[in-house]
Design a protein around this ligand. Structure first.
Ligand code: IPM
Ligand code: MN
Length: 347
């Protein structure tokens, strides 16, 4: 029987609750699909940091390297460990070290979910650059604590980095409605964003069948609210993509529905799948976190592993459940009830 080795990193807060839910659903899908998912649990988290002084062991990345995929819950417990420490100790190094440069985030309304917009038919695939740009981490502070203190955070855009994310976007657009929106702010940022625009136009020549539109971040933010149906694939830098995908989550009814995949398309190292939402310490372990975003991320993992029909089964199970109004109102259904309903459709 075919078997996939999965590293499970539930992390902090509701990350643990939703990973457990997603894992149950994935196991059911595997059983039905005639393949195995062999999970190994890693307790790397803020609690782990409190015990060991690090978010993961020094050889953590090496340990993960041999897995076929990583399923992650959420990282962060700011009351105990500053976010700048926890995220730079676990989530961000995995994305960067494994060169998971494409952060894929689908935004559409699940049936039965009421979004805040008039429009109900939008289907946007945000593709966020995930390894460089504004989140490279280059910079520093000098004259700390004095009145003359200076902080510098430098965005780094490389030709390789920009070109590959755009190519990835164009390839995705080809499998969909053949429209690509490239997002910059080249009217104000005249170096990096003009560079991005130039590369966009050059890459677009290889995809004459895809309709390209170049937007500024402010304009596309408004468009996502006013005319979301006009968008198909949206490619953006790390910071812009981060912000647009929380907006995307909002228009699809909330962060409880927003799934994501951190993909290294060359497949030489594991890709990572995680809900867009964070650890939500205020509702951790109360049994009310919506597991749908994590389960949907799990479906994206199955797809990446080549288990297409199992991925489709999980998605239609989610949709069958939301169609019946289960998991469609924040706080209405318990994590267990939503998970149980998805499992019942699969069984
Ligand atoms: C996300 C999150 C992270 C990011 C944070 C927690 C560093 O907001 O996945 O969107 O900005 O990448
Ligand atoms: Mn974010």
């Amino acid at each position: 029987m075919k078997s996939h080795k999965i590293a499970l990193i539930p992390g902090d807060g509701i990350g643990k609750n939703v990973t457990e839910a997603a894992w149950q659903v994935l196991q059911a899908a595997a059983k039905k699909g005639g393949f195995a998912l062999e999970g190994t649990n890693f307790p790397w988290s803020c609690a782990y940091y409190r015990e060991t002084g690090a978010m993961m062991p020094p050889d953590g990345i090496e340990t993960l390297r041999s897995f076929d995929a990583i399923l992650l819950g959420a990282v962060g417990w700011p009351a105990e460990v500053p976010d700048s420490v926890s995220l730079h100790g676990l989530l961000l190094p995995i994305r960067k070290q494994f060169m998971q440069y494409a952060n894929i985030r689908p935004h559409r309304l699940l049936p039965g979910v009421q979004g805040p917009l008039r429009s109900e038919g939008f289907d946007i695939l945000c593709i966020r650059e995930n390894t460089e740009g504004e989140y490279t981490g280059a910079g520093g502070r000098v004259h700390s604590g004095t009145g003359n203190e200076v902080a510098v955070e430098t965005s780094i855009f490389t030709r390789v980095g920009v070109e590959r994310i755009l190519r990835y976007g164009f390839e995705q657009a080809r499998t969909r409605r053949k429209k690509l929106a490239s997002v910059t702010k080249s009217n104000a940022q005249k170096h990096s964003m003009v560079f991005w625009d130039e590369i966009t136009r050059a890459v677009a020549k290889d995809y004459p069948d895809v309709e390209l539109t170049q937007y500024h971040i402010d304009a596309i933010a408004a468009r996502m609210v006013m005319e979301p149906d006009s968008l198909d694939v949206v490619v953006a830098s790390n910071l812009f993509g981060d912000i647009l995908t929380d907006l995307g989550a909002a228009i699809q009814g909330g962060l409880g529905y927003a799934a994501s995949a951190n993909i290294n398309p060359d497949r030489s190292v594991p890709s990572m799948f995680e809900p867009v939402h964070g650890s939500a310490p205020d509702i951790a372990n109360l049994g009310i976190a919506n597991p749908i975003a994590a389960i949907w991320s799990g479906a994206m993992m199955l797809e990446h592993l080549g288990e297409r029909s199992a991925a489709a089964e999980v998605m239609s199970a989610i949709e069958a459940v939301t169609t019946r109004g289960i998991g469609t109102n924040p706080g209405q259904d318990r994590t267990e009830a939503i998970t149980g309903a998805v499992l019942a459709v699969l069984s």
